[in-house]
Design a protein around this ligand. Structure first.
Ligand SMILES: Cc1ncc(COP(=O)(O)O)c(C=O)c1O
Length: 481
């Protein structure tokens, strides 16, 4: 057909891409949605007027629309207009950075790990705890507080952490901070001030966390990762090299002064740090005076394995324990805590500027939430809910993608789905087209990691509200190879 595939009356030129009128139109429309030329929510012309524009039968257009509605690219309600579905598109190359987060189309489902189900935040219980805490608080609670944080919260945390996580906690050694990231910022400053130059990290983790350390002037050095998880024997090798260098008075010390780990549940691979390796890390810290920074970000969520206690319990003088309310409650609270070796407390509060940086009311509320038992009740209910989602994920994968291995499912709020080699990027893209926000494992890989790359998806199942979970699963399964 010589006729061009015309504009839709909305300034969009369609080119036929396949044989046959209907197929050509369907492909052209799909491509326009996929690449963002047709933005989410865009109203399409009626089948009658588009058919007239294109000089083709109305039925051909109606059938093309119906097919794209069935695939989820378009939406149409009985008797109403056809629109582009509210889903993620892949903008044409080069425009990704030009779009501000506000301009970017919102994905229909968010499977990026990190945020729990915010619809399940225990608002009523939290408000009750806030009311009780505020009414009981002395006037002086509204003044400038202890730079370590409110004593009520530090005491409540000490009780909870020793009972639930095996942390050797003492309120005097707890410092409250505005999220794990803030704690890491403070520790980075302290380490640098102590003359540390390098910090060992895991091959897989969160780039923003490594950036906090880099911003403090520290180099991050990834440890290898194998089938047993993170392998800390490099630390020992490093220490041996240092001793040799010192004894022969050769080069500068190549030593790392600290190691950042997720021992209970490696993020994002999902395995606990192997028993022998826990001992190796603690031995290294004792021998060299190094510091272990233990990120216990989701220790509350374990399903069918024994809880892995905090590494800090093995040596509270060499391990800094870091916990957060970001997974168990909500990241917007910006509440986290560090249990420090006694020698570090003063340096950390000095790095904090000598002031408390978290609001007294939120701290008092969390203290009340913990001591009243509301936190335990909330975590127990959340654990059940996330476990159900995890089970549904495993079942759906067993049905739709039995050839793909899913790992890291015993704990936490995400799973790792292994993919055939070389397919990660295209699967992530296909998932985006299905309206899913989703990351491949490469997103979490340290740029200097020497570990053999693995193609995989990191599937967070915490974020979608309960009613959206089935839809998210369907979209995920549609995107899988
Ligand atoms: C590995 C890891 N550590 C820590 C955190 C918590 O960070 P924050 O307390 O700053 O929200 C998260 C949250 O996504 C995480 O994934």
């Amino acid at each position: 057909m010589a006729k061009p595939w015309a504009t839709l009356g909305i300034d969009l030129h369609l080119e036929p891409t396949g044989p046959g009128l209907r197929r050509g139109l369907t492909d052209a429309l799909r491509d326009a949605v996929r690449t963002g030329r047709l933005a989410p929510g865009t109203r399409l012309p009626s089948s009658r007027s588009l058919a007239a524009d294109l000089g083709i039968a109305r039925n051909t257009v109606a059938e093309a629309y119906a097919e794209l509605v069935a695939e989820g690219w378009l939406t149409a309600r009985q008797g109403s207009v056809t629109r582009v579905a509210d889903r993620t598109v892949t903008p044409p190359t080069g425009t990704t950075t030009a779009l501000s987060p506000r301009e970017r189309p919102r994905p229909a489902y968010d499977l990026v790990p990190g945020t729990p189900d915010l619809a399940a935040f225990p608002r009523t219980e939290w408000l009750k705890a806030a009311r009780r805490a505020f009414l009981a608080a002395p006037n002086q609670a509204l003044g400038y507080g202890d730079p370590r944080g409110r004593a009520e919260l530090r005491t409540a945390l000490a009780g909870y952490l020793s009972r639930a996580r095996g942390v050797r906690a003492d309120p005097e050694r707890i410092v409250v901070c505005a999220g794990f990231v803030h704690g890491l910022q403070l520790l980075g400053k302290v380490l640098r001030a102590r003359g540390v130059e390098r910090v060992a990290v895991e091959s897989y983790g969160l780039v923003p966390h490594w950036k906090q350390l880099t911003a403090a002037g520290l180099e991050t050095v990834p440890l290898p990762f194998d089938e047993l998880g993170t392998n800390p024997t490099e630390l020992t090798r490093d220490a041996e090299m240092t001793r040799e260098a010192e004894s022969t008075r050769q080069t500068q010390s190549p030593d790392v002064g600290a190691v950042l780990l997720t021992p209970a549940h490696q993020f994002p691979m999902g395995v606990p740090l192997h028993r022998d390796r826990r001992a190796t890390v603690v031995d290294w810290a004792r021998r060299t005076g190094g510091l272990v920074l233990e990120d216990d970000y989701d220790g509350e969520f374990r399903y069918d394995r024994q809880p892995v206690g905090a590494l800090q319990g093995l040596d509270p003088d060499h391990v800094v324990y870091l916990g957060t309310a970001s997974k168990s409650l909500a990241p917007g609270l910006r509440l986290a805590w560090m249990v420090l070796p006694p020698t570090l407390v003063e340096e950390v509060t000095a790095a904090k500027g000598g002031v408390d940086t978290c609001g007294a009311l939120d701290q008092l509320t969390l203290a009340e939430f913990l001591t009243s038992g509301a936190y335990d009740r909330h975590v127990r209910a959340a654990r059940l809910r996330y476990r159900r989602r995890r089970d549904a994920l495993v079942r759906a994968l067993a049905t739709h993608a039995p050839h793909l291995q899913v790992t890291g499912i015993a704990a936490g709020l995400h799973a790792v789905l292994r993919l055939p080699p070389g397919t990660e990027q295209s699967v992530v893209q296909a998932a985006n087209w299905q309206g899913l926000a989703l990351h491949g494992l490469t997103f979490y890989r340290h740029e200097a990691a020497i570990t053999q790359p693995v193609d995989a998806l990191v599937v967070g199942y915490g974020t979608p509200p309960d009613h959206a979970w089935a839809g998210a699963l369907e979209a995920l399964c549609r995107a899988l190879p």
